[in-house]
Design a protein around this ligand. Structure first.
Ligand SMILES: NC(=O)c1ccc[n+]([C@@H]2O[C@H](COP(=O)([O-])OP(=O)(O)OC[C@H]3O[C@@H](n4cnc5c(N)ncnc54)[C@H](O)[C@@H]3O)[C@@H](O)[C@H]2O)c1
Ligand SMILES: [Zn+2]
Ligand SMILES: [Zn+2]
Length: 382
């Protein structure tokens, strides 16, 4: 089968690989119909995630049709269309029982932190990803959600990750009616965090980025005010437009590859590898009001981030963060999509044949052609 294959930092290629097989009675094998490229895949591409092995396949946002069914699977049959959360969870451990499927302790040999994740290095279990024609889905009775007959795969594709991620960010912000929310980042996750902030009662939503086409997209798609941090000092400007006090809630939807810090620019890749760039989290801490809430939903890889925790303490902030517990939000967000409150597929700017996935990575990574979100379409699903 064809699959996007990692060849070392900044090298991916579509190659022929052996087809996945059922390995456990509760597995299914899916024929992938849509697989998106995520901002998190760029961290893999750039070699920032430890133990990303040459030859592995990325992809944790996908829909598919069930092709093979393990002997103990009860909830799925051959031919079912499903959308799969990016976290692989067992459904019954201490964490799963508390809705923390992102922290499941049974699906990742390195379970002290996160659950298993499709296509996300051996630090999250070494599972093969869905940017391929076929993918093995373990714990098939737990993760996958059947797609209702009246909905398309693309309509619900982002329930796999970025929509629950953005929504969880807004929910963790505990936005009170009328409050001001600042979202750093106008990538797909930031856009859904902005939309969700409105749904959860914000009175004002301000989005920050430096890419004009993304700021323009955010104004149109999420109806937000925008700030370009290449034109103004983001923190000073945000303080000024929030009455000198700061926003009630700040969300970091950027993560470890943030632009905008001088040290980052000077030390480049070395700074990234050693520490990641903590610019967006520090801007969040600086821009929120005293006693406010900061949510960290962007991904940070290396452990030595210079985060301004002293200021956070002195300001009396609440800081919350996690990988998205997708499963918890999928049914509710499906209804938001069905009722038209969130046009999730509206952020897709590029549909690309799986064969051309390497070019799609390049386009998304270099922010070419006003790219917001790329979706790969395997040949048999076209
Ligand atoms: N917690 C989770 O479960 C989860 C799930 C999915 C993605 N993520 C993470 O969320 C982050 C965003 O994902 P995405 O798909 O939207 O990625 P993306 O790369 O498309 O978007 C990031 C955006 O941030 C902007 N940006 C860079 N520096 C900035 C700064 N200092 N201030 C404001 N904006 C800045 C970029 O220009 C870009 O538009 C990534 O770190 C990704 O790994 C986390
Ligand atoms: Zn993702
Ligand atoms: Zn579990």
């Amino acid at each position: 089968m064809l699959a996007l294959t990692y060849g070392g930092p900044n090298r991916v290629r579509v190659k022929d690989k052996p087809e996945p097989k059922l390995e456990h009675p509760n597995d299914v094998v899916l024929r992938v119909t849509r697989a998106a490229i995520c901002g998190s895949d760029l961290h893999l591409l750039h070699g920032l995630i430890p133990d990303t092995r040459v030859g592995c396949t990325f992809g944790h946002e996908f829909t598919g049709v069930v092709e093979e069914v393990g002997s103990s699977v009860e909830s799925l049959q051959r031919g079912d269309r499903v959308v799969v959360p990016f976290n692989i969870s067992c459904g019954s451990c201490f964490f799963c029982e508390r809705g923390l499927t992102a922290n499941c302790e049974n699906t990742n040999p390195n379970a002290s932190v996160a659950s298993g994740v499709y296509g996300y290095s051996h630090t999250t279990g070494g599972f093969e990803g869905g940017q391929a024609e076929l993918v093995r889905v373990p714990f098939a009775d737990v993760g996958p959600m059947k797609i209702p007959d009246d909905m398309t795969d693309e309509a619900v594709l982002f329930l796999s990750d970025i929509l629950p991620t953005g929504y969880q960010a807004a929910e963790m912000g505990e936005i009170k009616p009328g409050e001001t929310v600042v979202v750093f980042g106008c990538g797909p996750v930031g856009l859904f965090a902005q939309k969700s902030a409105w749904l959860l009662g914000a009175g004002r939503v301000i989005a920050v980025d430096y890419l004009d086409y993304r700021l323009e997209f955010a104004r149109r798609y999420s109806g937000v005010e925008t700030v370009n941090f290449r034109e103004v000092d983001a923190v000073a400007h945000l303080r000024k437009i929030t009455g000198g006090r700061g926003a009630d809630v700040c969300i970091d939807a950027v993560g470890c590859e943030a632009k905008g810090s001088l040290a980052q620019t000077i030390f480049g890749v070395k700074a990234k590898l050693m520490a990641g760039s903590s610019t967006a989290i520090n801007w969040s801490i600086a821009s929120v009001r005293k006693g406010g809430n900061v949510v960290l939903i962007g991904a940070y890889g290396p452990p030595f981030n210079a985060v301004d925790i002293g200021t956070a303490m002195n300001k009396g902030l609440t800081i919350r963060m996690n990988q998205a517990n997708c499963k918890r939000y999928m049914p509710h967000l499906l209804e938001h999509i069905r009722e038209g409150r969130i046009d999730a597929e509206g952020i897709i700017t590029h549909r690309v044949p799986l064969e051309d996935a390497a070019e799609a990575y390049e386009l998304f990574d270099r922010r070419r052609d006003d790219c917001i979100k790329c979706v790969l379409i395997p040949p048999k699903a076209a």
